[in-house]
Write a protein that binds this ligand. Structure first.
Ligand SMILES: O=C(CO)COP(=O)(O)O
Length: 146
């Protein structure tokens, strides 16, 4: 998979569980704030994000992010593939309920795949708080393959 950010091969080889992070433009500030607040926990995971979301997360939180394509250019579809292969344990997707998106079909497909493959998904900050503080997530950090 083509990744946008440069990481050492050592980091790529680490067997950490992975989380996917995505936010529409109106929600990016909220996601960045949430990620900054949860920086410690998130650093235990490999983080994937769509292009612009990932760039903001890296710049504003210091977290390392594997950046995929921007959402409207296929990033949601790439996250959908990770979800379908169960390569991410959670999806944090702050989607904008007030603005039409040119790639709405991709957004819908991603959310459908997350439900289909039973991937825990947070679409707002309150749910993301529950997810990130779940004991199940802590168990996954301790045993990524468990
Ligand atoms: O459009 C998106 C999700 O549908 C997000 O894409 P960006 O992170 O590239 O803005």
């Amino acid at each position: 998979m083509a990744l946008g950010s440069s990481e050492s091969s050592k980091e790529l080889a680490q067997d950490k569980p992975a989380i996917a992070l995505v936010a529409h433009d109106a929600c990016k500030k909220d996601l960045v704030e949430w990620a900054r607040f949860n920086r410690g926990t998130l650093s235990a995971f490999t983080l994937y994000a769509t292009g612009t979301t990932g760039a903001r997360l890296e710049a504003e939180t210091g977290l390392k992010v594997r950046r995929l394509l921007s959402g409207p250019y296929g990033g949601d579809a790439q996250i959908g593939a990770l979800v379908s292969e169960k390569r991410v344990c959670c999806l944090i997707f702050f989607w904008d309920p007030l603005t039409p998106q040119p790639h709405d079909v991709d957004v819908k497909a991603l959310l459908r795949l997350a439900v289909l493959h039973n991937i825990p998904t947070a679409c707002n900050r309150a749910t993301a708080d529950f997810l990130i503080s779940s004991p199940l997530l802590k168990r996954l950090i301790a045993d990524p393959n468990g």
